[in-house]
Design a protein around this ligand. Structure first.
Ligand SMILES: [Zn+2]
Length: 537
């Protein structure tokens, strides 16, 4: 049994901008005292002692939008992140099959390729590329954005997809020059292939979540606002999370963003007794989560004007304004919070329209939010502020998107997009996440991008739209206390003050004084959640 009273001393403990303490006393998972060593030491009789050796401590990080369950699945699949060529995608996939020896005829999944990084051929993998990996196994690999996938011929066969298969609404599968499906599927059409992948059962779900939680803890994350529960699986996923809480193995607190494709399914969920805030401090139901458009990389984000680099294309609308209104009406009736994925300016406008209609100018007591908020102009940002709509943003997206956004939307609209600094100036509630596994959940890289506005190679030297950069304290606040606000827990979470949960991370370097370029190299040395040490380097 771990001692339930702990003293951390000799540290640089971040309280709020410009204020630090040296020592912190934890009792029963809650912070009992903070202050200078000589103030806290006399209160700590019998406590287990941790000498911080001058190290910096920050509140445990809160990822405000990610998919923890998929992070776990990704950890257990072919890792294609960072592949710089088609050949590397093929090689890594072959190596995975050699190492894991899946049974012939089985489904092998991979995640994380991005053809914009390929140096040999800048195109998406098709079935002919993946037939080089295997013709015995069904190979299904999803792009880093999660909005397209590629599969081999075996997978097409197993799914029964031929040139005669009808296209489905809200998505597309491609035909090659030979008139046959070429193995590339976008948006809703991905379901045609993904249905082959058997959903993990309860026991497998527990293992997946445990792997993902360990990964999150190693990056200083103590809370996730995670979108894993859907119409088709919500009971299973909820039960898997809850069982980890009940047996004491959960190392991360979760706030569930729950996705639905039909209003009927959503109403049934609420009739089952689920609602925002249901659960405990370890595992809680959060908002309804909807998708209104796709991604910028895939040109499926919904824009008001044509893409600058593809005339005639405005992206994909994943939910209609009428459907949005119906979801909002059901939410209002049941007091459910709502968070909607919107990347393109038209999608953001559409969601703001729906929120404004639903809120009828009585402010935003349910703290509805827009996830991503990428392509914006000043009038749209002003509407966020006027309606107190929160932004759940991902600074790490800058690493890739700064290289494509001007091509996609033109210089003028790009100059007011990813406007995280402007959001602060307008007083918009703004919290940070990674959308992992879209990007890895590396917290220090996320902070680095927010503070430097550079990609991970340090480009451009002066930062991209450097006026939108924030200082490191602000970035950490967005990653802690502002995330806590999303889940109505800003009085218990996100600060290292008496009465708050003992959720914290000890860092290898003083993130407040090092050169900003070095932030991405900072390591988490120890993570504490609920007063328990859940990670130690
Ligand atoms: Zn997401």
């Amino acid at each position: 049994m771990e001692n339930n009273t702990k003293l951390l001393y000799n540290g640089k403990i971040y309280l709020e901008k410009g204020r630090y303490a040296q020592a912190l006393l934890v009792r029963d998972g809650v912070i009992a005292a903070v202050g200078q060593n000589d103030e806290v030491l006399p209160l700590a009789a019998g406590a287990a002692q941790i000498d911080l050796g001058g190290k910096t401590v920050i509140p445990g990080l809160i990822d405000s939008h990610m998919h923890l369950y998929n992070v776990g699945k990704t950890l257990l699949a072919i890792q294609l992140y960072g592949s710089t060529s088609m050949q590397e995608v093929i090689d890594r996939s072959r190596a995975f099959i050699e190492t894991h020896q899946p049974a012939p005829g089985s489904i092998v999944v991979g995640r994380g390729w991005n053809h914009d990084y390929f140096t040999d051929e800048k195109r998406m993998p098709n079935r002919f590329d993946l037939d080089k990996v295997s013709t015995d196994h069904a190979i299904i690999i999803t792009r880093t954005c999660g909005h397209m996938l590629s599969c081999n011929t075996k997978a097409l066969e197993l799914a029964g997809i031929t040139a005669a298969t009808p296209q489905i609404e809200g998505g597309e599968y491609e035909l090659g020059p030979d008139g046959q499906p070429n193995g590339i599927f976008k948006e809703h059409a991905m379901d045609m292939i993904q249905k082959l992948v058997l959903a993990p059962d309860f026991q497998q779900s527990r293992e997946i979540l445990k792997a993902a939680m360990a990964h999150a803890s190693s990056h200083g994350i103590t809370s996730v606002q995670t979108n894993d529960m859907y119409e088709s699986n919500y009971q299973l996923v909820w039960n898997a999370y809850q069982s980890l809480v009940d047996d004491g193995t959960a190392t991360v607190r979760s706030y569930q963003q729950v996705g639905f494709s039909t209003v009927e399914g959503y109403e049934k969920f609420m009739a089952d007794g689920y609602h925002t805030g249901f659960g405990s401090a370890m595992n809680k139901i959060g908002p309804l989560k909807l998708l209104s458009d796709g991604s910028l990389g895939a040109r499926t984000a919904l824009m008001r004007a044509d893409y600058a680099d593809e005339a005639g294309t405005k992206g994909i609308m994943c939910v209609t304004p009428d459907q949005l209104d119906a979801f909002m009406a059901a939410s209002k009736k049941n007091g459910m919070q709502v968070a909607i994925h919107a990347i393109g300016d038209r999608a953001i406008e559409m969601v703001l329209d729906a929120y404004e209609k639903s809120m009828e100018h009585d402010g935003n007591p349910l703290r509805h939010a827009i996830v991503h908020c990428q392509i914006t102009d000043m009038p749209l940002l002003q509407r966020f502020a006027d309606n107190q709509v929160a932004g759940l943003v991902q600074p790490i997206f800058l690493h890739y998107d700064m290289h494509i956004v001007e091509d996609r939307v033109g210089k003028e609209l790009a100059s007011t997009s990813y406007a995280f600094g402007t959001m602060d100036k307008l007083g918009i509630h703004n919290s940070y996440g990674t959308d992992a596994p879209v990007e890895d959940l590396k917290t220090m890289e996320n902070l680095y991008c927010a503070v430097t506005r550079k990609d991970l190679s340090g480009f451009p030297a002066e930062g991209w739209l450097p006026g939108e950069a924030v200082d490191v304290e602000t970035a950490i606040d967005h990653y802690t206390i502002d995330g806590a606000w999303n889940s109505f827990e800003e009085d218990r979470k996100g600060r290292l003050l008496p009465g708050y949960y003992a959720d914290l991370a000890v860092l290898s370097d003083d993130i407040f004084t090092i050169c900003p370029e070095q932030i991405k190299n900072v390591k988490v040395e120890l993570t504490m959640m609920d007063g328990k040490i859940v990670y130690k380097a």
